[in-house]
Design a protein around this ligand. Structure first.
Ligand SMILES: O=C(O)[C@H](O)[C@@H](O)[C@H](O)[C@H](O)COP(=O)(O)O
Length: 249
């Protein structure tokens, strides 16, 4: 299943979408954790980190979610110094501070640029971390995240997979270094399609009129090089969370 045939969860506005998504995420966590010891959840930067994640944390706390059983991963991270405002980690850590029982060791952050490793090493060590912690799917080879929550840019990028960029074409790695990103900062670490598309659930979050055109292109089944978000897929289900402004209906 891809974004072209995704189930759509539509909210009247961004706030409505946040509430809808938070309730769905928590029920997915609870259901999965009935049969599984851990839940591997991939989050993104931008408004996913700023708005959706804090709402998910609030909804989890309301039902007494055991945060100690979640592992949180990054769809992408900017290769900037630790604590820098460009880092997605800053926002994500802020949201998770409100999640009782969630330990720092359950948060998997790609290395910062001042950690003494190169960009290539940061990507390689993140890939090793994914392989070490995330259980493999039915093929016993590919790590299977439980849920990947992606944002999208007005250019159709998702994670740090940008239109026309080489990371979009990679089929043999789970994590890639990105140089010359059209959106600053230029250097990033990103999950690739093999990692994203083998997840059980992939949810795409798009709010605001600025996303409308890119979303339309993505849902028309455009090629990955033109619309990276349009090429995301999932083993079980792709769901689009969008407000009326983004979906244009
Ligand atoms: O790394 C980045 O440059 C951003 O994090 C970026 O990828 C962002 O997630 C999308 O552009 C969606 O952003 P919004 O959801 O805030 O519109």
């Amino acid at each position: 299943m891809t974004l072209a045939d995704a189930r759509v969860r539509k909210g009247a506005d961004a706030n409505d979408v946040d509430l809808l998504l938070a309730a769905d995420a928590v029920s997915l966590f609870m259901n999965r954790l009935r049969h599984s010891a851990q839940f591997h959840f991939v989050v993104s930067g931008g408004s996913v980190a700023q708005r959706a994640l804090p709402e998910i944390v609030k909804a989890g706390n309301t039902v007494g979610l055991d945060w100690g059983r979640l592992h949180i991963w990054f769809a992408d991270e900017r290769f900037a110094p630790r604590g820098h405002e460009d880092r997605n980690a800053s926002l994500i850590m802020m949201a998770l501070r409100q999640a009782p029982g969630f330990f720092a060791s359950q948060l998997h952050i790609p290395a910062a640029s001042d950690a003494g490793v190169s960009l290539d090493e940061a990507a390689a060590s993140y890939q090793r971390e994914v392989q070490r912690y995330v259980p493999n799917g039915a093929d016993r080879m590919t790590p299977m995240f439980d849920l990947v929550l992606l944002g999208m840019g007005p250019d159709g990028h998702t994670a740090s997979l940008f239109p026309g960029h080489e990371a979009v074409d990679l089929s043999d790695v789970l994590v890639a270094p990105v140089r010359n990103s059209p959106k600053p900062p230029a250097e990033r670490v990103t999950l690739t399609y093999p990692a994203i598309n083998s997840a059980a659930h992939v949810w795409v979050y798009a709010t605001g009129e600025g996303k409308r055109e890119a979303l339309e292109l993505a849902r028309s089944g455009a090629a990955a090089s033109e619309s990276p978000v349009g090429a995301v897929a999932a083993r079980d289900e792709v769901v689009l969370y969008a407000d009326a402004a983004a979906i244009g209906e």
